[in-house]
Design a protein. Sequence first.
Length: 236
Amino acid sequence: MTATPAFWAVIPAAGVGRRMGSAIPKQYLELAGRPVIEHTLECFIDHPAIAGVVVAVDPADPYWPEIRYATHPRVIRAPGGAERCNSVLNGLEALSAHATDDDWVLVHDAARPCLRRSDLDAMLEELADDPVGGILAVQVRDTMKRAGAEGRIETTVERSALWHAFTPQMFRLGTLRQALRQALAEGALVTDEASAIERLGQAPRLLEGQSDNLKITRPEDLALARFHLQQQGRLD
């Protein structure tokens, strides 16, 4: 009898981009009295269907040991890489010692702390039998412009088929590992997991999520994230 595939999460917490003018990486900035990454991790650690969480952090990261989940029994630490895709692949390689190639992996941004439980539940249910997997996303609602020289509008882009790619992005462990290995071998630093899967000729499914699943990239995002967490009832 074939075992039912498990669900795992991978959180790349190295190579995550700009620090918003702070000496502290953005995933460790304070949000409602706690580091951003703690809010992110609890989305998965507290979920009964998630078997475990792999966090890819720089081996010399001085902030990670202070995180309350750093020694949690369901958390596995993996070495971070120079880019997001390197960190994710390192996380998958570490997970391979605990999971099977058919298990599902949900890759989620460390600086995206407002993921709703309802969105995560919908993802696990809707994609569990999907032949490829998919991502949380939100349809583009604003008019989109493509810039040309000197920051001037070159053209208006038809938005009806455009989506904002969010995370989690959910794929089979073996397939995603192969996709990332191949992309990196070909010199492609893919910016999300779906891009790597697309390079294999597969078409991930778009699953509409909530727009409050924001990624913290600017200082004002911290106040907005706090508001969203309050609205979700996740703050004491």
